[in-house]
Design a protein around this ligand. Structure first.
Ligand SMILES: Nc1ncnc2c1ncn2[C@@H]1O[C@H](COP(=O)(O)OP(=O)(O)O)[C@@H](O)[C@H]1O
Ligand SMILES: [Mg+2]
Length: 324
């Protein structure tokens, strides 16, 4: 696959795509299939220097697009994975208490403890442990991509800490003052929407919803990520997953599951889908026992029949529009 990376202007500048089309093609060059809406949001976020909030169900490609973007822009990716209880000490900075204590002992033994200068020295950059958010503003080189992943998992108060960073690209450390990014990081926030994020946070970001892919997009993703699979199997898999997503299930199948499934089918040397094969491999598509029980057997046969109909239609259409 062709790897497209934008040429660097200089060592400290990140070259941004010049158009929505270019944004789409640098992502495609690294195997990420973005529809026009997503490419436009990314292009604009980069152009306007604004954070982008990406929302969507799990497994629709939110984290991946940010990783691929950093690679295509040829810049560092700094990732903050959010979780319940995430606090400033883990997200922004922490004082290195052990080293501070040691330093005090050394000062004492040298007999030179002047309170004011000791305080200044102990609360300086040397004793600061930089966590992802501080690293993203205190970097000295090219603007990094800062991925704040799954923000909906963090507590609501944590969003409050982010406001200063998102609007001014700066972080305040009480003992030291405010640290402002010389070259603002490219900030991308993702959420699986297990809860609504605050309006104040949303106001600071551009927004893009990433939906489950339609048949054509998922087929292109499969072709990009599992190029070894036959065209026929790829089409059948894409069509079957579309049908499966129509079913009322506890948890809908994401793109990651589609890709795991086609890898499994290839490992089993399957050239085409059969109801038996699907029943045997349902655990790759659905991760919930009730869901598996609900579709195994008759429902799978119905979905497969409808998927094969679609496959026949799309092959006929392809034949008409692009005769060989
Ligand atoms: N549009 C896409 N193009 C290429 N790969 C994709 C796309 N969407 C999803 N994927 C693949 O699906 C997997 C899951 O995506 P991920 O970014 O982890 O989902 P999310 O962060 O939304 O939960 C990744 O391994 C990625 O390779
Ligand atoms: Mg993710």
């Amino acid at each position: 696959m062709r790897r497209l990376t934008l040429p660097r202007k200089s060592d400290t500048d990140v070259s941004l795509p010049a158009s929505i089309d270019e944004a789409q093609s640098i992502l495609a060059g690294r195997g990420y299939i973005a529809d026009r809406g997503l490419a436009a949001s990314i292009y604009l976020a980069l152009k306007l220097g604004r954070p982008l909030l990406l929302e969507g169900e799990a497994g629709v490609g939110k984290t991946e697009v940010v990783k691929v973007l950093a690679a295509a822009l040829d810049t560092e990716l700094i990732r903050l994975q959010c979780y319940e209880g995430l606090d400033v000490n883990h997200a922004v900075y922490e004082w290195d208490y052990a080293r501070q204590l040691l330093e005090i002992r050394l000062m004492e033994s040298a007999g030179e403890v002047d309170r004011e200068s000791a305080r200044r020295e102990l609360f300086s950059r040397d004793f600061l442990i930089e966590r992802p958010l501080l690293r993203a503003v205190a970097h000295g080189g090219r603007a990094p991509v800062l991925l704040i992943d799954e923000l909906d998992r963090a507590d609501e108060e944590f969003e409050g800490y982010l406001l200063e960073l998102l609007s001014d690209f700066q972080v305040t450390i009480p003992e030291m003052g405010t640290i402002r990014a010389v070259r603002p990081p490219i900030v991308m926030v993702t959420s699986n929407r297990t809860r609504e994020l605050h309006d104040a946070l949303k106001r600071r970001c551009l927004y893009c919803w990433i939906d489950y892919p339609d048949f054509d997009k998922e087929l292109r993703i499969i072709e990009a990520k599992a190029p070894g699979a036959s065209r026929r199997l790829s089409e059948q898999v894409a069509a079957f997953v579309q049908e499966l997503r129509q079913a009322e299930l506890y948890k809908t199948t994401g793109v990651s599951e589609t890709l795991d499934w086609i890898a499994a089918l290839a490992a089993l040397d399957k050239e085409k889908l059969s109801a038996e094969t699907i029943d045997e491999t349902l655990g790759l598509l659905l991760k919930n026992q009730e869901d598996i029980r609900a579709v195994r057997g008759e429902p799978v046969r119905g979905m497969l029949a409808r998927a094969q109909n679609r496959g026949a239609r799309s092959t006929a259409n392809a034949g008409r529009s692009a005769p060989r």
